[in-house]
Design a protein around this ligand. Structure first.
Ligand SMILES: NC(=O)c1ccc[n+]([C@@H]2O[C@H](COP(=O)([O-])OP(=O)(O)OC[C@H]3O[C@@H](n4cnc5c(N)ncnc54)[C@H](OP(=O)(O)O)[C@@H]3O)[C@@H](O)[C@H]2O)c1
Length: 323
């Protein structure tokens, strides 16, 4: 057997997603060996070294990012915008690949990241719809078809709250329940205010509408003002309310909108089930495509991240937006 090439990894963050990435990398060791690679984790950056974590034996946790200098590939699963950017820029600027699940970073700092994405150094399948592959097809095969528009539900927390309201729970009670179950952050503004969905829509728009699409161009209305009366009225007309991301042509430009939207009960977004994300993608030649699957969760997200790492070690470029 020929000798394996060692790829030295570094990871930023070791929370819900990061811990699962480490376990999945270990579980897929044989596949990486088939690809001719042995992975070595040089370090994992965290804030609180005393926090108990479920990580494979031998993983070195640290709050000192200097280990990044030794890494050939960096995985970012810490969240936030400014700090991850500060840590990742030297990696990207020295031509090293980065795998990230961070849609807020991608949406809000595209001015800096775009050139690296165009050069194929940035992998981010997990940033939208987590383990459900949508960025891969949108950055490759779907380019052959003229883009007409898309509609998607991209935030499971909002779907959960709205489905609880359909059972008669007022908004505040449904939100508190989502928080108690760990579905919604505290404060929950990113989710219920629609901003998480808007981050994801901005990321998608750069593959099919405009490679420069700015996050600030997404119009955002959250679900905070949806009432039980709205839900009852929709139901009386055979509809459900969901937080829907829409991208469609308006004259010569593209309009991106996130807003509570009524959908017929037999709409593909409604029929996939509330625990799932879903997207209806319309292309001139490919027709109507429906993508659906888990849009959150540690291992679901880790599956896309580890897939990105496989692509990178195989020499496939990252996710290249429109020029
Ligand atoms: N959770 C999901 O289902 C999901 C799905 C798709 C994408 N994502 C994205 O994946 C990323 C991570 O999500 P998560 O749910 O795993 O978050 P999380 O559980 O909150 O974990 C974040 C990790 O990053 C570390 N961290 C945060 N700020 C840091 C800093 N300034 N310096 C050093 N370490 C820092 C934390 O350290 P401590 O543990 O020491 O606090 C923690 O280990 C986010 O960008 C999120 O949007 C998550």
């Amino acid at each position: 057997m020929s000798e394996l090439r060692t790829v030295t990894l570094g990871m930023l963050g070791c929370g819900t997603v990061g811990q699962n990435v480490l376990h999945l990398l270990q579980r897929r060791e044989a596949i990486f060996a088939d690809l001719g690679v042995r992975l070595e984790v040089a370090g994992v950056l965290v804030r609180d070294l005393t926090r108990p974590r479920d990580v494979p034996e031998g993983i070195s946790l640290t709050n000192d990012p200097r280990f990044l200098n030794r890494c050939g590939l960096v995985i970012e699963v810490m969240g936030g915008v400014d700090r991850p950017l500060e840590l990742l820029l030297p990696i990207l600027q020295s031509d090293r690949p980065v795998v990230t699940a961070n849609k807020a970073l991608l949406a809000e700092r595209w001015d800096v990241l775009r050139e690296h994405a165009l050069d194929g150094r940035l992998y981010y399948e997990s940033a939208v719809m987590a383990g459900t592959p949508i960025i891969g097809p949108m950055s490759t095969v779907l380019r052959a078809s003229g883009f007409v528009g898309l509609q998607a539900v991209l935030n499971g927390t909002c779907s959960y709250i709205l489905s609880q309201m359909e059972q008669g729970k007022p908004y505040q009670a449904a939100l508190s329940e989502a928080q108690a179950l760990g579905y919604a952050e505290d404060p929950p503004t990113l989710d219920v205010g629609g901003f998480d969905t808007a981050h994801k829509l901005a990321v998608l728009a750069r593959f099919c509408a405009d490679g420069h699409f700015p996050y600030s161009a997404v119009s955002v209305t959250g679900i905070e003002q949806v009432t039980l009366e709205d839900i009852a009225q929709a139901r009386a007309e055979g509809q459900k309310i969901r937080l829907v991301a829409t991208l469609e042509r308006q004259g010569d430009t593209w309009k991106a909108r996130v807003a509570p939207t009524r959908l017929p009960l037999d709409h593909p977004i409604c029929t996939v089930g509330d625990g799932r994300n879903a997207m209806v993608y319309e292309g001139e030649e490919c027709g109507t495509l429906v993508f659906a699957g888990g849009g959150a969760g540690g291992m679901v997200t880790a599956s896309a991240i580890v897939g990105d790492i496989m692509d990178s070690v195989l020499g496939f470029p990252g996710h290249v937006p429109l020029h």
